[in-house]
Design a protein around this ligand. Sequence first.
Ligand code: NAP
Length: 272
Amino acid sequence: MIKLGLTGYPLEHSLSPMLHEAALRAAGLQGSYSLYAVRPGDKKGLDSLVSRVRSGELSGLNVTIPHKQSIIPFLDHLTPPAQAIGAVNTIYLTDGKAVGDNTDTPGFLADVDRFAAVPASALILGTGGAARAVVYALWNRHCAVSVAARRLEQAQQLAERFPGIEAIALTPATLEGRTAGLVVNATPVGMFPHVEESPWPPDVTFPEGAAVYDLIYNPAETRLVHLARAAGLRAISGLGMLIEQAALAFELWTGHKGSQQVMLNAVTQSIP
Ligand code: NAP
């Protein structure tokens, strides 16, 4: 019996149980994927969950907001990407050790490679855990990365972590006239239920010829993706990355390649 799960807070709207349970069934594996809500600041709760992975009671865990960083002190080891990013989204057991990994980075790269290939320059909106996974992915591919944040100091901290990246304020004045081969939204602006919002200022022209990647996957077509397409740009939302990062985690936990088609079918009915 393979016991998997997700910790974070709140978790009610997570698509992960249906996605992973469908993949378990398709692989002919007996198991379950449960939600472990742990309130912000509940260190005992996080410690106890990691102990359950270490003891083998849980075969693996996903981690989401707000614990991608706060869970790190309870782990025995971090993979190089998780170490570099400073955020964990997947925990598995190896040689009795609870290992923290980050499958958002390879998940993003796999999907972006299909969509547009990594260009010479990119502009990332936001500086949270997902933004850092994206910055690390592009920075490793020698892409010139600019990060725009509503609090400039957050972008500057990211620039200290990844030398060479440019930190700018997320304002109409700084975005107007910028060039970039890829624009990535790594903020939650536009996510269900706030589907009329867009992180891109309404009066600012998109960088000419840019591909636009919105990490948000609910709704399937965000306002940003809609506006970018209307401006003649290629644009997609983050559903492909969701599936890629989940399939990578599934393989780390079970040793089986999760069927991406099965995972996709399991979640698409739930996304408007
Ligand atoms: P996070 O750690 O909370 O970071 C959110 C970032 O967005 C922060 O930099 C935050 O700035 C900024 N932000 C929030 N509201 C904003 C606003 N109104 N205007 C400008 N900036 C704003 O969240 P995360 O884990 O990085 O996730 C970000 C998004 O990516 C979410 O929508 C999540 O669902 C999505 N995501 C998708 C995938 C996928 O597989 N497709 C994977 C991971 C995440 P402050 O620091 O100033 O608050």
